[in-house]
Design a protein around this ligand. Structure first.
Ligand SMILES: C[S@@+](CC[C@H](N)C(=O)[O-])C[C@H]1O[C@@H](n2cnc3c(N)ncnc32)[C@H](O)[C@@H]1O
Length: 224
């Protein structure tokens, strides 16, 4: 039984409780990531995407909204989580806990808050397997919690399903992307201002260099 099988039934409610200190719900964070991916790939993208570690499909649903022309597949080790993925997504793509069911050539792979659940000694394998599934020129998006942000560490410490979490600093995220032979296109810190300071969010794109963000993303690209 995979660790997240235990949380599949009420994953979203549990996550909402963990992040409520930010003044937002979990959808805010997922939509932020979906928009980031769509901005890089272009709204008109018609490629194939893999949401690796898709869980119950919260981010996948928003990726599909932001990138309606793309084919979207999802994979998670937790079969119980995959069973909770919304029917509309399952009807339009492959959502599975069996790696053999996936395509070998994705234009983009999104890994959102997954790596901190993978034991450090297995991270290289996971990254290498994902890199192999990228089409030439394909992009890998690695979103992670930023351990340099104290509010992030507080949220993680309160979160029942983060008990096994070993957070990675942004430099480590960059190093993993490089280690599998991808070119690092970006390393952006994201999600700076909590709900009560939402009026400041318009400046967040200019703060991508600043290690105060609650999360970060590393974008790598396979050679064409
Ligand atoms: C915190 S949840 C994130 C879910 C989703 N990506 C999101 O951003 O909402 C972490 C997910 O990673 C999955 N996971 C952990 N280790 C994994 C691995 N080695 N391969 C695939 N998925 C994994 C867990 O089962 C869980 O669903």
């Amino acid at each position: 039984m995979a660790e997240f099988d235990r949380f599949a039934g009420d994953y979203r409610q549990k996550l909402d409780r963990c992040v409520d200190v930010s003044g937002e719900d979990s959808e805010y964070f997922s939509r932020y990531k979906a928009r980031y991916v769509a901005q890089i790939l272009g709204k008109g993208c018609r490629g194939t995407l893999l949401d690796f570690g898709c869980g119950v499909g919260v981010l996948a649903a928003l990726l599909k909204q932001e990138l309606p022309g793309c084919r979207l597949d999802g994979y998670d080790v937790s079969a119980a989580s995959v069973r909770e993925v919304p029917g509309a997504l399952v009807a339009a793509g492959t959502f599975t806990s069996d790696l053999a069911g996936l395509s070998g050539r994705y234009d983009a792979v999104v890994l959102s808050n997954v790596m901190h659940h993978v034991a450090p000694e297995h991270r290289g394998d996971v990254m290498a397997r994902l890199c192999d599934r990228l089409a030439p020129g394909g992009k890998l998006f690695v979103f992670e919690h930023n351990p340099a942000n104290p509010v992030t560490r507080l949220v993680v410490s309160r979160c029942e399903f983060d008990r096994d979490a070993v957070l990675l600093r942004a430099a480590e995220g960059v190093a993993w992307v490089r280690a599998v032979g991808l070119r690092v296109l970006r390393r952006d810190y994201i999600v700076f201002f909590p709900g009560p300071l939402a009026w400041l969010r318009a400046i967040e794109p200019w703060l991508a260099w600043c290690p105060a963000g609650a999360q970060y993303v590393v974008v790598g690209q396979r050679d064409a």
